[in-house]
Design a binder for this molecule. Structure first.
Ligand SMILES: Nc1ncnc2c1ncn2[C@@H]1O[C@H](COP(=O)(O)OP(=O)(O)OP(=O)(O)O)[C@@H](O)[C@H]1O
Ligand SMILES: [Mg+2]
Length: 253
């Protein structure tokens, strides 16, 4: 377990978040120890208020834990300075926020171009072409010229997904990515995620929806800030036991 914690692609160690409010302290994440494996598609399910978005905000470094650490690719996220963090995040993480966070003054196309511009990837023409192709992939290309306020919530959400894919990041963190999409658009996004997983992306997807969660290889359940079920847990434990057996026999020889 400890060596797995050290070697995991994304490691959460004693991750704890206490929100301080006027009503008192609120324990939103309760000492979570967890590993996300490289190239694995994991879903995170849990009731409203269970801590899903809080967990994502810790992993992406958008908010700081009260205690504990997030280590991604050997790098402690919270130890990075703000500008280093922004640069690293821009290249490595595609983040789909629960409430989209599109920039209201930019068109949909410009919103999707922005991460490429910030990372200095490609020429303006290349950025525009890629942004358009991504809008097409998620089904909203016809609205490319519009600002977010001129399209539906679902179309904004689709745009946010396109934006998260702009820099072709190895890691995708998605907080309720299909929460506002209709059945067809939602199924399209799940197909896209599964293709990305097959291409070797590491994906963490928060959802209320158990059926959607079933598209992932592994499902974590969070309740009151604790992981109470991990479909990978048993399997992981079993394969580690197999490893132990192998090395035990090796020692005997
Ligand atoms: N900034 C904050 N200050 C105080 N309490 C907060 C803050 N953000 C979240 N909380 C509380 O922490 C708990 C977890 O919130 P979080 O947003 O992580 O839940 P969630 O699982 O994402 O819920 P939902 O499914 O509704 O999005 C909730 O009880 C919430 O009220
Ligand atoms: Mg949430």
């Amino acid at each position: 377990m400890m060596s797995e914690l050290r070697n995991g692609f994304i490691q959460l160690q004693d991750l704890t978040k206490i929100y301080q409010t006027e009503a008192g302290d609120f324990l939103a994440l309760d000492s979570i120890n967890l590993v996300f494996h490289e190239r694995e598609f994991t879903s995170v399910v849990g009731r409203s208020g269970s801590g899903k978005s809080t967990l994502m905000n810790m992993i992406t470094g958008i908010d700081k834990p009260t205690r504990g650490r997030v280590v991604i690719q050997g790098r402690e996220v919270q130890s990075l300075k703000e500008n280093q963090m922004a640069r690293w995040r821009g290249r490595n993480l595609g983040i789909i926020f629960q409430f989209y966070q599109l920039l209201p003054v930019l068109t949909l196309l410009e919103n999707v171009m922005l991460p490429m511009q910030l990372a200095g990837l490609g020429t303006l023409a290349q950025q525009a072409r890629r942004a358009y192709a991504l809008l097409k992939l998620v089904g909203v290309a016809e609205h490319w010229k519009k600002r977010p306020s001129m399209v539906s919530g679902g179309q904004q959400q689709s745009t946010a997904i396109a934006r998260a894919l702009a820099n072709d990041p190895p890691i995708l963190i998605a907080d309720e990515p299909t929460g506002n999409l209709g059945t067809r658009a939602g199924a399209n996004i799940m197909r896209i995620f599964q293709n990305l997983a097959a291409q070797g992306k590491t994906i963490i997807m928060v959802t209320h929806d158990r059926e959607l969660a079933g598209h992932a290889q592994r499902t974590l359940t969070i309740e009151d800030g604790r992981i109470t079920n991990d479909t990978n847990g048993l399997e992981g434990a079993r394969s580690m036991r197999a490893d132990l057996n192998v090395s035990f026999r090796g020692n005997q020889l």
